[in-house]
Design a protein around this ligand. Structure first.
Ligand SMILES: Cc1cc2nc3c(=O)[nH]c(=O)nc-3n(C[C@H](O)[C@H](O)[C@H](O)COP(=O)(O)OP(=O)(O)OC[C@H]3O[C@@H](n4cnc5c(N)ncnc54)[C@H](O)[C@@H]3O)c2cc1C
Length: 422
């Protein structure tokens, strides 16, 4: 981890050393940028993967609780990337083309990428002010939680989204007594077809998780280290630890202060350029128009999107002019189940269901124009990966497969791909 060279030759500056920023920094070099590259990260560690934080870091052996590195110090050095860790970028001086660091340093940029990610959404003040509520976003958060997931510990999880449910699965696997409180009528209501959410919910209940939907936390109190969750009907749940998984908020502060357009994330165009042509944004922090969905502006909190956008932004920073059009893709692991989703299920007008002979069901979403817009499935191990991958290729090609063929497990998706426009 070096120190920045101040205002020397203007280079490429990447703010945020998560999945997106780190991939972008390496891509800048791989794509041939010969000048300085500086990667600035607020966390005082080497870049690491977040998905294991709610999975193996919580459940695995002592060794598994180390962060999964995205790269080591040597790789950064070999690529000539100056990595500044543990320091926030607090401002962008757009007139001088300088990133301003919390410690007063200024780094001159030719082009700058904001890859600042997101932070865990806090509970509304009525719940949060008692203190002691935990969140899960960073490796440091995961270590605190891991320590609390002891057999018999009473764990209250607020929110049955991906983070809440992965955490509940991990806590149950560690022998905790887990209750999940979800205000919506079903879990995973934001992005997952209802039938798939039901399969996931059933698996939780089978493992002993007390999953309560349509239940709101009215009040949170704390006495002698015990947190009490008071529910709508007056029931009180006593917990040793309460974790809130109530979504994430894009990290837009430095962009806003710099006067960049923000709209559910830092607003970028199809090339991932912000309202300043020399500043780009990518990953969890940005909202972008998706060409496969009629230019609808979306923000994705997904690992592969962060990787792909980081690389795409890097190339566009060097002068490419490529719109970002990758098919959204997301996975989640809970117990022995893996769930995968390609595309945006909420854009579909019609659902077509394929019941495979092995018991796996794939749910396709079709648009009013007959186009395949999404595919989602849940199964054990790697059972769903191939179908979702093929569906992803069909979505990317704007294919309009015959719904009868899609629903018929005897028709290979590969055959439909061969018929699709290339
Ligand atoms: C617990 C957990 C589990 C997940 N599991 C899955 C999964 O199973 N599947 C999946 O597809 N996705 C998963 N995700 C989502 C995925 O990890 C994220 O989409 C991805 O990490 C986003 O990468 P990013 O680089 O955009 O943002 P981040 O990973 O949030 O990185 C942003 C970095 O920027 C830093 N930063 C912010 N502001 C500044 C500043 N001003 N100056 C300097 N640094 C700054 C932050 O400290 C952070 O290190 C999970 C996320 C979490 C939290």
């Amino acid at each position: 981890m070096g120190t920045a060279s101040g205002t020397a030759a203007a280079g490429m500056v990447v703010v945020g050393a998560g999945e997106c920023g780190t991939r972008a920094a390496f891509e800048l070099r791989e794509a041939g940028w010969p000048g300085p590259i500086t990667l600035v990260g607020a966390e005082n560690v080497l870049p690491y993967e977040r998905p294991p934080l709610s999975k193996s870091v919580l459940t695995g052996s002592e060794g598994a609780c180390r962060p999964t590195p995205l790269c080591d110090a040597r790789a950064l050095q070999d690529a000539g990337i100056e990595f500044i860790a543990g320091v926030e970028v607090t401002g962008i001086d757009r007139d001088r083309h300088q990133a301003v660091l919390a410690d007063g340093r200024r780094i001159t940029y030719q082009r700058l990428l904001l890859a600042t990610g997101a932070r865990a959404r806090r509970l509304p003040p009525a719940g949060a002010d008692v203190g002691g509520v935990r969140y899960l976003r960073s490796h440091a958060d995961a270590l605190v939680l891991r320590d609390r997931l002891r057999p018999g510990a009473r764990i209250g999880v607020i929110g049955a989204g991906f983070i809440g449910l992965e955490l509940a699965a991990a806590a149950a696997a560690r022998g905790c007594a887990v209750t999940v409180i979800e205000a919506a009528p079903r879990p995973l209501s934001r992005a997952v077809p209802a039938a798939i959410a039901t399969t996931v919910a059933d698996r939780h209940r089978q493992a002993g998780v007390d999953l309560r939907c349509g239940a709101a936390v009215e009040r949170l109190t704390r006495r002698n280290g015990t947190l009490s969750l008071e529910l709508g009907g007056g029931e009180v749940l006593e917990c040793d630890t309460v974790v809130a998984g109530v979504g994430a908020v894009p990290e837009t502060e430095s962009a806003e202060k710099a006067g960049l357009a923000v709209d559910n994330g830092i607003r970028v165009d199809a090339r991932l350029t912000t309202s300043d042509p020399d500043i780009f944004a990518a990953g969890d922090c940005c909202s972008f128009p998706h060409p496969l969905y009629g230019g609808r502006r979306i923000r994705l909190e997904a690992w592969r999107n962060a990787q792909d956008q980081g690389r795409a932004a890097a190339r566009n920073m060097l002068g490419d002019d490529q719109p970002f059009a990758a098919v959204p893709w997301f996975w989640s692991d809970q117990f022995d189940l893996t769930l995968q989703i390609a595309g945006l299920p909420d854009t579909a007008a019609q659902e077509v269901v394929r019941h495979r002979p092995d018991g796996v069901t794939v749910r396709f979403g079709i648009g009013t124009d007959g186009r395949l817009l999404s595919a989602a499935a849940v199964g054990t191990g790697n059972a769903v990966a191939r179908d979702i991958r093929l569906a992803e290729l069909l979505i990317a090609r704007r294919a309009t497969p015959d719904p009868a063929a899609l629903s018929d497990p005897a028709t290979a998706l590969k055959a439909l791909l061969r018929q699709a426009p290339s």
